[in-house]
Design a protein around this ligand. Sequence first.
Ligand SMILES: C[S@@+](CC[C@H](N)C(=O)[O-])C[C@H]1O[C@@H](n2cnc3c(N)ncnc32)[C@H](O)[C@@H]1O
Ligand code: SF4
Length: 380
Amino acid sequence: MKELGIYLHIPFCKQKCYYCDFVSFAGKEQKQKEYVKCLVKEIQEKKSKINKDDYISTIYIGGGTPSYLDSQDITEILKVVKESYPIQEQAEITIEVNPGTVTRKKLQQYQETGINRLSIGLQSCDNGLLKEIGRIHTYEEFLDTYQVARKVGFHNINVDLMLALPGQTILNLKDSLEKIMKLDPEHISVYSLILEEGTKLERKIQNNELTLPDEETERQMYWYVKNTLELNGYIHYEISNFAKPGYESKHNLNCWKQKEYLGLGLAAHSYLNQERFHNIENLEQYISNIKDKKSKENIILDEKQDVESQMKEYMLLSLRTIQGVNIANFKQKFIQNPIYLYHKELDYLVKNKLIEIESNQIQLTAKGLDLANLVWEEFI
Ligand SMILES: C[S@@+](CC[C@H](N)C(=O)[O-])C[C@H]1O[C@@H](n2cnc3c(N)ncnc32)[C@H](O)[C@@H]1O
Ligand code: SF4
C-alpha cells in the first residue's frame, strides 16, 4: 500500500509573464476544450499505472494558469480523477489561480468540486513592478481574489511572491511582505527570480532596459523575508516555502520526501516505481498522439533509478528542506548509513560550514542556505 500524488498540468495563460519559461502558452485559447478532452483520456488510461491498493493523498492542478479554463472543465477533470483513482478522503487538493482570471463563481465551483487549497500567484504588491514583469493584474485585483476566496470558504491559501526582481528594493519588498502578512495566508512561497534563457526579461536585461538587484541585495532580501516570516509565526520548512504550523503543503513535502507521483497533461513529470518520466512539451503533438491512440508516444523516460541514484537523490531532496536528512529515516529506507556512505561529501560540506550534523539530523547551516546550490552539487 503506497501513498501517491497526482499532478495535472494546464498549459494556458492569458499572457506570458516576461520571466516565465514554464510550459504554458498565451493565444492558444481555441485549443483549451480539445486539450481538456485529451487530458481526461490520459487520466483514464494511466490508471493502470497504479497498484490496486495504492491511494492518492494529494492532487495538484498547476500550470500555466488553471483558473484560465472554464470552471466546468476543472470540475470535469476532477470528476474523472475521482472516478479513476482511489482518493483519500482528507486529500489535499490544490489549484493555482492567477488574479485577473478568477471570478466568485469560479471559486465557488472549485469549492463544490472538493478543492480545498488555493495557490494565488501575486509576486509583488507594487503595481509598477507587476507591469514591468508582464503580470496581467494589479495588487488590488489580487486583493479582491483573496477576499472573495475567503468569503466562499477557502481556509488554506498560499500566496506566491518573488524577490530579486528588476528594480525591486528591500523597502519595496518589505512593503509587499507587510501587506501580505496582514491578510494572514496559511502559506507563503517566496521565489528568487531565476533569469531564464530566451525570456523577454532576459532580453530586457541584456539590452540594459532593466537591471537586477546585485547578489548581496538578493541575499539581504532572502534573510529579511526569512526572519520576518519566522517572527510572525510562519515555519520555514523548505528553501522557498513558509507555512503556519500544520499548513505545510503535503504536495511539496511529498516531492521532497521522494514519495511517488503521477503527472498528467502536457510536460507533466512523474516518479513511479523508481522511474522518472515526463510527457512531451509540444501541445499539438500531445493532442494528436492521444487522438490517434498513440499516447505512449507522449512519454519520455528520463531515468530508471538504481538504489545508488535513489539514495543520492534522497540526500539532495532532503537537503532542500529545513529539517534536512533524518539519518534514521535514511537507514530505514535504504538499510545503509548516510554518514559512512557519503563521508567524503559530508566531511567537505562540514569543513566548509555548509552543513551541520547533529545526532540524528544532517542540516544546512545559515551559510548553506545562502549557498544551497553548492551543497546540492555534491549529490548530483
Ligand atoms: C508555474 S507558476 C503558476 C502560477 C500562476 N500561473 C501565476 O503565475 O499566478 C508558479 C510560480 O512560479 C514562480 N516563477 C515562475 N517563473 C519563475 C522564475 N523565472 N523565477 C522564479 N520564480 C518563478 C512564480 O512565483 C509563480 O507564481
Ligand atoms: S501566469 Fe504563471 S505560468 Fe503563466 S506565464 Fe505567468 S508565471 Fe508563467
